[in-house]
Design a protein around this ligand. Sequence first.
Ligand code: NAD
Length: 325
Amino acid sequence: MGYEDVKFPKGSKFLVTGSAGFIGSNLVEAILKLGYQVRGLDDFSTGKKKNVEEFLDDPNYEFIEGDIRNFETCMEACNGVDYVLNQAAWGSVPRSIEMPQFYEEVNVKGTLNMMEAARQNGVKKFVYASSSSVYGDEPNLPKKEGREGNVLSPYSLTKKVNEEYGRLYSELYGLDTYGLRYFNVFGRRQNPDGAYAAVIPKFIKQLLDDEQPKINGDGKQSRDFTYIENVIEANLKACNASTEVAGEAYNIAYGGREFLIDIYAELSHALKKDIQPIFGPVRQGDIKHSNADITKARELLKYNPQWNFERGIVEALDWYKKNLG
Ligand code: NAD
């Protein structure tokens, strides 16, 4: 069971912010396939026009180009909407260390604008992207909600503040908010380019281009890599969750644990490449291991992820081979 059987009232309308990005564009695609209406909002600051253009022929899709830092734009985007899936933000831990004020503007103020606009427009559910990085320096595995440490970067702090606003908006104003702590998401349309790209698409692209990928540290760091289909399921199930479980944040992962060096070997094997990686220094703000306990989302959101790493990476590789090759 994935999300194909999640039902909403006929004619339901979703707003996806960050719809030109990796996760946002996949949410748009999935919701259109289910037959509901979707409005996208994005300023193309890190997203791509082609991730929007792909869907514009669908009569159930409309797009607003705009910035969540502008409250009027947020009000316009939330007008007539039942469910908000707020994905717009700037990602990357190292980039946030270089520009903390900008991250505060976009990720904190922008998300607050969206929550306030959702409240004023009577939106039913406000589901927003948080991050596993809120666990900060808490060393215990698996990561469990309620056992967070000190955050290690401005990016993580913005997500922590989002969660506090989420809790307050539920308690003070009765807006049903659900924070989804994504753990290293991967899959189709994730951007492989640039210094801040996520590791899986970056390795794939570099191997396809016969370049020598760089591994930060010894490669023995582990992550709970989560396939995009599981993230779509979590968003849709959160939209269907009860008010009693609003105001909370939930781990969204598969619950597995992959080591970077093994992923590198697996991708090299699948792409038939024999290239030695370059090992560089450990990145500031990075943690060594991450793995999620997903019991809370399973029990309260009825999240039941169907895509383990092995299944996801086969589909992701296939997509990258077709689209980058
Ligand atoms: P992405 O960069 O592909 O998408 C983010 C989108 O938001 C982009 O299209 C960008 O143009 C848009 N955006 C940025 N600032 C904006 C603004 N001011 N106004 C309007 N649009 C704006 O990133 P993603 O990987 O799809 O991430 C989506 C969300 O999930 C983010 O909130 C991110 O922090 C969170 N997240 C992602 C991961 C992951 O592994 N990908 C992990 C944890 C959390």
